[in-house]
Write a protein of this length. Structure first.
Length: 388
């Protein structure tokens, strides 16, 4: 691990060294600039959606509030064009089918229909999406192309906010979700896998759901470890409030989503904060899991192999409560639980399966480091846990 030098660690040079350095600097300044201009490799050109906040020029501005007007502007803007949406309420279902386009909404532009994105590299940016809650599984924004970005949008109402359907390298970043009856973001394999999805910096507040996971990914429905996977999801920097009791379910639910990274999220409410059924090789790090209230498991390690749980903070309702930092079931293997901090909890790890390592965790007012549940095996290492 890289450690920066401590402040004040600069070496003290002697006067002779300073003089030599000054002479060298003068000589350097006399060298022609061209002689110093060593060639540098050119950086790769960023994708159009990489900097949504940069100033842009509208290729075409929508001149009405109907789907027809939007589609006319889309066709006129062409590939890589910028379609601008003035303030107002847009009705009808929309199709973003032209590759590389940016659809940029005014702060007070509101979409009320379903937006289906089929053009590679499309960005949907800013504005609002407000829909009635007809079906919790119907997504307000459907991503059906690779390299799509949905960013800085306020979602209010409807079923699911954003659905990804078997496509890769899509990004759902810095959005706000509230009053949905379904998930904020759902990722579906569609039999081929939705890989490298980034879900970052979103704020999700649940108040109308009933046992629905705010962020969910499903590679396949098997209980085995093979088959189609939604590979390498990156779920980072999100704030999730599931609400109390049965309003929430599993804050981040990843089934058959191999190699997922869950980091720097803050999650509370519901019943379980992260669930990993058959999601092998997941890395869960630097999150804050607030178990106060209705939630009772921070991480459900369900039949998963090689999970790493590192550097997280778990906060519970006290030693006499029912909170577990990590609860294992259905025989997971080789889980590492290291360098986490747990406070006011019953148990850090409820164990099933084998070959786990529970080491170097900081515990304050925690009744149990581990409880052996189901069929914990004989090859489990528990060491170095306690007050820090």
């Amino acid at each position: 691990m890289y450690h920066p030098a401590p402040s004040g660690a600069l070496s003290r040079r002697s006067p002779g060294v300073r003089v030599s350095f000054a002479l060298a600097l003068v000589a350097l300044l006399l060298v022609p600039a061209a002689a110093l201009a060593a060639p540098h490799p050119q950086p790769a050109a960023p994708r159009p959606q990489s900097d949504a906040s940069a100033a842009v020029t509208c290729t075409k501005t929508v001149s009405g509030f109907t789907a027809t007007a939007v589609h006319q502007a889309r066709d006129a803007a062409g590939v890589n064009g910028v379609v601008c949406f003035p303030a107002g309420t847009y009705t009808g279902d929309l199709l973003a089918s032209v590759a590389g386009q940016q659809w940029r909404l005014d702060d007070n532009a509101t979409l009320t229909g379903i937006t289906k994105i089929t053009g590679t590299g499309v960005m949907l940016y800013n504005g609002r999406v407000t829909r009635p809650a007809v079906d919790r599984w119907i997504a307000s924004v459907e991503i059906r192309a690779d390299n799509v970005t949905v960013q800085s949008i306020v979602f209010r109402g409807g079923g699911t906010g954003v659905g990804v359907y078997g496509k890769d390298h899509d990004r759902i970043v810095n959005n706000g979700f509230a009053n949905l009856t379904g998930s904020a973001v759902s990722v579906w394999s569609e039999g081929v896998g939705a890989d490298y999805t980034v879900i970052k910096g979103n704020r999700i507040t649940q108040s109308k759901t009933v046992q629905v996971s705010p962020i969910t990914s499903r590679g396949n429905e098997s209980g085995n470890h093979g088959g189609v996977q939604n590979y390498r999801l990156n779920i980072r920097g999100n704030t999730i409030d599931q609400g109390a009791g049965d309003i929430g379910w599993f804050g981040i639910e990843l089934k058959q989503s191999k190699g997922a990274i869950v980091e720097n999220n803050t999650i509370t409410g519901g019943q379980v904060l992260v669930s990993l059924p058959e999601t092998d090789g997941a890395y869960v790090r630097y999150n804050t899991f607030d178990l106060r209230g209705s939630a009772h498991w921070g991480i459900e390690d369900g039949n998963a192999w090689d999970t790493k749980v590192v550097g997280n903070t778990f906060i519970g309702d006290g030693k006499t409560g029912v909170d577990y930092g990590v609860s294992m079931n259905t025989n997971p293997l080789r889980t590492i639980v290291d360098a986490n901090t747990a406070t006011n909890m019953r148990t850090l790890v409820g164990i099933a399966g084998d070959y786990h390592q529970i080491t170097n965790n900081c515990l304050t007012n925690v009744a149990n480091v581990v409880e052996f549940m189901l069929n914990g095996g004989p090859h489990i290492v528990v060491s170095g846990n306690g007050p820090c």
